[in-house]
Design a protein around this ligand. Structure first.
Ligand code: SF4
Ligand code: ZN
Length: 728
């Protein structure tokens, strides 16, 4: 590190520390040592201090110990011409500066001037943190630009802000230069400020920069599962996941240097328009630490380059583009070159772990005819076997990685994917085929994506793709045996045995309000995510779509509602779903996305329900085919009387337990009966319904195709539901 910067940072740190001491003394004098000190509406105390040291500051007196800590971090002030030998001193001074700045801002909330005034917003509360922070996690916002100072004029400020907005970055503003601020310049330029526009004015002083860094620290605690006090992981989380940088506009004072040094700890570099000494060698930051004298019309591009922000144009060797932007794309029949599975042809996808010696990384084999062998609009069987190896790989992770096949394939332009396991369905568009897309490209895509996103557990990937019908059917049996084994691992575990359920929000890409709450006795409705899978997924990606939810207090035992689960669902559904029952299809039922294996629907006149599985494509007694029903129920809505669910859930003790469980089932297709038969009979025996007898009392498409016929059938056969109260 340049000695000049280091000495300036240390000098700045001393100045800010002095200010902190002064305002703290004043605050204690006016309010007393025991006066509560806090930022509004947060559970993270004074967040940088809390996240870095684990200290939960609650009253002014607690700041005294923090002051001791700050003084411990500070090296004595140095003159410009004295050599400062290593980066560490400046980094420590930077951290001390941030602590001191938090003290200053927190005291201002008590004795003024209030940080919230005029256009200035001060600290973001936890509601904003959840709402906005999640965007840093799910990639809607790659990070933020912390702007210090002001541009030379309004027009330049507006231009810079627009460019940052175009990159989906948040703009956090603090400090002034030449007696104006970037925020005021935007305001003058008629630009709308606020969290909604991602242009957030924190404060006029450089000390308000801690609201940006405090936000980043809290994001790591909240979304990254980092523990308070674990400063290393917190800083690393930020370096690796939050693409943030400081834009220093105007004269860089010692205080700015000191704050910038604080930001460097997080891996956030500083890009300046003025002539300040650069710190180019990389170390803590991804690339350079400080880059200076960048013209205003290039400063955004430069910042993005220096911070290493990847606007994901991943170079995957396939002839179509790959981006999350294509995930929601649909391919209509007319635009389709070829399709696979979806009950039209046998298909499956299966990821398995192999020994490291059994996998040749990057190897892709296509066994059987390729898409150029079929006419446009044609179909082929499809078996995808991805084989992965890695030192940290565990077989618990298999289902989690397997489920990614869905996302990865969907990200390719002109390729569409639905379902998983043995109910997958893939379409390749004519345009993709014209561009040269062949089946081997599915393998190349999977290979690249697994390396890209799971490099922490996956070292080698090879992919085999089968299209020969006989082979697909044979291999599918093998895969199905494994799927059954995976399901069996969970058998015996009960919801009451665990304190924690897991969320799955993977389907929010197309059903934005949808949250699956996954418990041991209720898997995700796609059937691909059991409680064990979610636990593994959380282990692999702590900030991913599967988050642990501690149940909290049971508030509705019959329908299965817990206070903390409800609170979680409310937030995760974007404030759309207030209450959600784990065990009821009538009272606050779980939302349904679109990938449920089955749909259960009330048949009012029978007092019971029908269940239809995705594979059954004929008419059902409720007057709708599966596809129409799916359209009605899906999309992330709560529809009392209807739920999407997995096949496995039917045999769970908690299957619509609030409504009386399996004795409500009045109709199921024969194919579904056969599929779940073994366990179903045991289950029916357990609850005294008489095993196979009960199964035979349930109507199917051979005995009833309308609701009247179902009623007739179950009455004649003395189905137990006829003795029950109506469901509504
Ligand atoms: Fe996750 Fe539920 Fe979607 Fe399955 S259906 S991927 S469990 S959100
Ligand atoms: Zn779904």
């Amino acid at each position: 590190m340049s000695k000049i910067i280091a000495s300036a940072a240390i000098r700045g740190a001393h100045k800010i520390t002095k200010q902190a001491q002064e305002i703290l003394t004043r605050a204690i004098k006016e309010k007393g040592e025991d006066c509560r000190v806090e930022f509004p509406n947060t559970g993270y105390f004074i967040p940088i201090i809390y996240s870095m040291t684990g200290r939960a500051v609650e009253k002014l007196a607690d700041f005294k110990e923090v002051m001791d800590e700050i003084n411990g971090l500070l090296s004595p002030p140095v003159d410009d011409d004295l050599w400062v030998p290593y980066l560490g001193q400046a980094l420590d001074a930077g951290m001390a500066t941030l602590f001191a700045e938090e003290i200053i801002e927190a005291c201002k909330y008590l004795i003024g001037p209030n940080p919230v005034n005029d256009i200035w917003l001060g600290a973001a509360d936890d509601v904003i943190l959840r709402e906005r922070g999640i965007q840093f996690v799910d990639g809607t916002a790659p990070g933020f630009a912390a702007i210090a100072g002001a541009a030379p004029d309004v027009e330049t400020a507006v231009n810079i802000a627009r460019k940052l907005q175009e990159r989906c970055l948040y703009v956090f503003m603090s400090a002034h230069n030449n007696s104006t601020t970037f925020a005021e310049q935007l305001f003058e330029g008629g630009v709308q400020l606020g969290w909604e526009t991602r242009l957030v004015p924190f404060g006029r002083e450089i000390t308000s920069a801690i609201y940006s860094l405090g936000f980043a620290s809290r994001a790591a605690l909240s979304f990254g599962g980092v523990q308070p006090g674990d400063f290393k992981r917190n800083l690393l989380y930020n370096k690796n996941r939050i693409f943030a940088f400081v834009l220093a506009l105007g004269e860089v004072t010692d205080e700015w240097y000191a704050t910038a040094a604080g930001a460097i700890n997080y891996g956030f570099p500083t890009i300046a328009d003025s002539d300040i000494p650069e710190i180019l060698p990389t170390g803590v930051c991804t690339y350079e630490h400080v880059v200076s004298q960048i013209p205003h019309n290039q400063i955004v591009e430069k910042a993005i380059e220096v911070r290493g922000l990847k606007i994901k144009i991943t170079e995957i060797p396939i002839p179509v583009s790959v981006s999350p932007a294509f995930e929601g794309e649909r391919i209509r029949k007319e635009d389709m070159q070829c399709e696979f599975g979806g009950q039209r042809t046998p298909a499956f996808e299966w990821l398995r772990m192999r020994d490291i010696s059994e996998v040749e990384d990057g190897n892709v084999e296509v066994i059987g005819p390729d898409i150029d062998s079929v006419e446009a609009g044609g179909k082929l069987p499809l078996g995808i076997i991805a084989e992965v190896a890695g030192r940290k790989m565990q077989d618990d992770f298999e289902p989690v990685l397997e489920r990614q096949i869905h996302t990865f394939i969907n990200e390719a332009q002109g390729i569409w994917h639905m379902g998983q396991r043995d109910i997958n369905w893939v379409r390749i568009s004519k345009d993709a085929a014209k561009a040269g897309f062949m089946l081997e490209h599915i393998g190349k895509l999977l290979h690249a994506k697994y390396h890209d996103e799971y490099s922490n557990i996956v070292d080698k990937v090879q992919v085999k793709i089968y299209t020969d019908e006989k082979q697909v059917v044979k291999l599918r049996e093998q895969a199905q045996a494994i799927f059954a084994e995976r399901d069996a691992r969970l058998a015996g575990m009960q919801d009451e045995d665990v304190e924690t359920f897991y969320s799955c929000t993977l389907c929010q890409s197309f059903a934005p309000n949808h949250v699956c709450v996954v418990s041991p006795e209720r898997p995700g409705l796609c059937g691909a995510y059991s409680w064990l899978d979610c636990r593994a997924a959380y282990e692999i990606t702590p900030s991913g779509p599967n988050q642990p939810i501690s149940k909290g207090n049971m508030i509705e035992p019959t329908v299965g509602q817990w206070d903390k689960i409800n609170a979680f669902v409310l937030k995760a559904s974007g404030n759309n779903i207030e209450r959600m029952s784990q065990y009821s299809m009538i009272v606050d039922p779980m939302t349904s996305c679109g990938c449920f294996e089955c749909i259960a629907a009330v048949l009012p006149s029978t007092g019971g329900i029908m269940i239809v599985n995705r594979e059954f494509t004929e008419m059902t007694p409720c007057g709708m085919k599966f596809s129409t029903l799916a359209g009605t129920v899906g999309g992330g809505q709560q529809t009392p009387g209807f739920i999407g669910h997995s096949k496995h859930y039917i045999n769970s003790k908690k299957f619509i337990a609030a409504e009386g469980g399996i004795q409500r089932i009045a109709w199921m297709p024969t194919m579904l009966k056969e599929e779940i038969m073994d366990t179903f009979i045991k289950r029916a025996d357990e609850v005294g319904l008489g095993g196979k007898d009960f199964l035979d009392k349930i109507a199917d498409e051979t005995t009833a195709t309308t609701e009247e016929e179902v009623l007739e059938f179950i009455t004649k056969n003395n189905h137990p539901v006829t003795a029950l109260e109506p469901m509504f």
